[in-house]
Design a protein around this ligand. Structure first.
Ligand SMILES: Nc1ncnc2c1ncn2[C@@H]1O[C@H](COP(=O)(O)OP(=O)(O)OP(=O)(O)O)[C@@H](O)[C@H]1O
Ligand SMILES: Cc1ncc(CO)c(N)n1
Length: 277
């Protein structure tokens, strides 16, 4: 609660890696929270030296440093929703899961970031078991892209039936909801599949032909967490997140010599009333 205005302020925390280029990771998450009117906070897991051309170096923090940042927030400010992004190692995953449990947070969005679009490793191979074994049981929504869903479940995903089976397996690890994202699919639409443990719902949008897709997954999961922080249910949060990322991709920012970032202010601008001037 803001004591002076008496208004309740929605608060969201991202636990993720820093992208020096500003298009993905912590930077994308905080921009997204801000654009959606949510107070953003961060616990940094690793610093990456990164730009539109790729990841040049990764410097992970100690699991203690990560846990302390989260506890600092939990013991004072609090968070209405949390998202995780790049977690890098099993030590960091175990620490994050431990503190989330300690603080009793339930609106937890897990984006199981593994490999950057340029191919750099953002999650060590041996950490996959820690993710499925300790973090997914605490998760309200897990948001893998197709290669991540394949890795987590150990199965190939070739079509809709496989996607459904993978979603069931991810729910089997304890995630309450699963969204398998369709950015890596072929086809004229980008179709995201939501599974709530019983039913499947699809959310499709026109696939945009663009090279400016750096940070799409981070931005989508941050928008999802922002919606949950604001008290929306999972389906409404997903609709808002899909509209947010669609606008951000459509209006990509043309900077750098490689895969450019999306435009985090495009959604707000698309909703502004037209001026008469
Ligand atoms: N070209 C596109 N056109 C429209 N929507 C897209 C496109 N690419 C991705 N999306 C949407 O963006 C969101 C993120 O999906 P995507 O599969 O790209 O995530 P990701 O691979 O995890 O991203 P990242 O590389 O940042 O980790 C989803 O809602 C997806 O449907
Ligand atoms: C720090 C960071 N997190 C996530 C991604 C995935 O987009 C990235 N490239 N960098």
């Amino acid at each position: 609660m803001d004591k002076e205005s008496g208004r309740k302020v929605a608060r969201a925390l991202t636990i993720a890696g820093s992208d020096s280029g500003g298009g993905a990771g912590i930077q994308a998450d905080l921009k997204t929270f801000q654009e959606l009117g949510v107070y953003g906070m961060s616990a940094i897991t690793a610093v990456t030296a990164q730009n539109t051309l790729g990841v040049q170096a990764v410097y992970p923090l100690s699991s203690e440093a990560v846990a302390q940042q989260i506890r600092a927030i939990g013991s004072d400010i609090g968070a209405d929703a949390v998202k995780t992004g790049m977690l890098f190692s099993s030590e960091i995953i175990l620490a994050v899961a431990g503190v989330i449990q300690e603080l009793g947070w339930t609106k937890v969005v897990v984006d199981p970031v593994m490999i950057a679009k340029g191919g750099s490793v953002l999650l060590q191979e041996e950490a996959i078991r820690a993710l499925t074994g300790t973090l997914l049981p605490l998760t309200a929504v897990v948001t893998p892209n197709i290669p991540e869903a394949e890795k987590l479940t150990g199965m190939d995903i070739l079509g809709r039936t496989d996607k459904e089976e993978a979603a069931r397996r991810l729910a089997g690890f304890g995630a309450q909801h699963v969204i398998i994202k369709g950015g890596h699919d072929s086809g004229t639409e980008a179709v995201d599949l939501l599974f709530d443990g019983r039913y499947f719902t699809e959310l499709a949008s026109k696939r945009i032909a663009t090279g400016h897709t750096h940070g799409t997954g981070c931005t989508f999961s941050a928008a999802l967490a922002a919606g949950l922080a604001q008290g929306l249910d999972i389906e409404s949060s997903m609709q808002q997140a899909k509209a947010f990322i669609q606008a951000a991709i459509e209006d990509g920012i043309h900077i750098g010599g490689g895969r450019g970032p999306t435009n985090h202010w495009a959604y707000r601008r698309s909703r502004l009333p037209l001026s008469n001037t």
